[in-house]
Design a protein around this ligand. Structure first.
Ligand code: DGY
Length: 331
């Protein structure tokens, strides 16, 4: 048996992808599927030991894919398939240098939503008209505007805009990669489709000043590191809400905690925090009452996660077979 298995190309899988997707992989008799057996993040040492000599690897965003990983993998590695739309955990230069193809999971998580249920005790207060109030998303009169801002304006941002339109948003401002030209047609089409008074690409400064609610939805990495810093937060409206469902590194946590404490802005909703998963009860943001934090679960619906693992598996198999991948990231 070991002779047969040594002749088969190896596909490493760093987390159980569920019965359907694992069956899809195991049906391939020409492949030796080596999967981390436990229901927790795989150990770094296991990852490095088992990637040695592999042709493909399916990994999670909690696995750091760096020089060391590629060195251990060796020259046989053809494809890395990450079960995520984000790729901050992947060293793109190292991937490119080694000519490893990179699969990721766009689109399947554009539709995921968050349901937040915070457990607690029913507050024991006598009713006051302004208890537990916060800023309203919709404008309350025709002369009033409500602007949603997007830092990053890809698929997820555009779908989010559509969802918010029905809450009475009047304007949209966004920033996007300055090296790509402003798309006036797209702006006009989105404004018409969602009955908005305008959709405009702006500079970072204006984004901070104009947004009533601001969504951070750009990729992580060096180019966007701490783009939301103290300077940015000071420019925001006092009633503004900041939402980060992208990567923690885009937002300077200390600056955000200070902004909340000193009421430069009204609140924050975070699915991601810099330094996760090491975010304990003493973290300055966890202590902030106007900061709602969930542990990186914005894509956690059955449908989306199944879409992600299935796409990651198909990307890996396409890479091994040297055919077009359903979703390949151009590194
Ligand atoms: C991703 O896929 O990058 C998301 O952060 C997971 O929810």
């Amino acid at each position: 048996a070991s002779k047969i298995s040594s002749q088969r190309r190896r596909l490493l899988v760093s987390r159980d992808l569920g019965p359907d997707t694992m069956a899809l992989l195991r049906a391939r008799e020409d492949l030796e599927i080596v999967a981390w057996p436990e229901d927790r993040k795989c150990d770094r040492s296991w990852l490095l030991d088992n990637v040695a000599g592999a042709t493909g690897a399916i990994v999670m965003l909690s696995d750091k894919i760096d020089e060391e990983f590629y060195e251990k993998a060796g020259p046989k590695l053809k494809v890395l398939s990450t079960t995520s739309v984000g790729f901050e955990h992947v060293d793109l230069n190292a991937t490119y240098r080694r000519r490893v193809r990179l699969g990721y999971t766009p689109d399947v998580l554009t539709d995921a939503g968050v349901t937040l249920v915070k457990e607690g005790k029913w507050p024991d207060f006598s009713f006051g008209p302004f208890f537990f109030t916060g800023p309203q998303l919709s404008s309350t009169s025709p002369s009033q505007t409500r602007t949603v801002g997007f830092l990053g304006f890809g698929r997820i941002a555009q779908v989010t805009l559509g969802r918010l339109a029905s809450f009475g948003i009047t304007h949209c401002v966004y920033t996007s990669n300055p090296s790509s030209p402003r798309d006036h047609e797209l702006e006009a089409a989105l404004a018409a489709r969602h009955a908005l008074r305008s959709v405009r690409r702006v500079e970072l400064d204006e984004l901070a000043r104009e947004s009533d609610v601001l969504f951070v939805l750009a990729p992580g990495g060096d180019a966007t590191y701490h783009v939301v810093d103290a300077d940015f937060l000071r420019k925001m409206k006092k009633h503004a809400v900041l939402v980060n469902t992208a990567r923690g590194t885009l937002v300077d946590s200390d600056a955000l905690a200070l902004a909340l404490r000193e009421k430069w802005i009204w609140g924050a909703g975070l699915d991601v925090v810099e330094g996760e998963p090491h975010v304990g009860v003493d973290h300055p943001l966890v202590k902030e009452p106007r900061c709602v934090i969930v542990p990186h679960i914005a894509s956690a619906t059955f449908e989306t996660r199944f879409g992600m693992v299935n796409l990651a598996a198909r990307n890996a198999l396409a890479g091994i077979d040297e055919v077009a991948m359903p979703a390949e990231l151009d590194v």
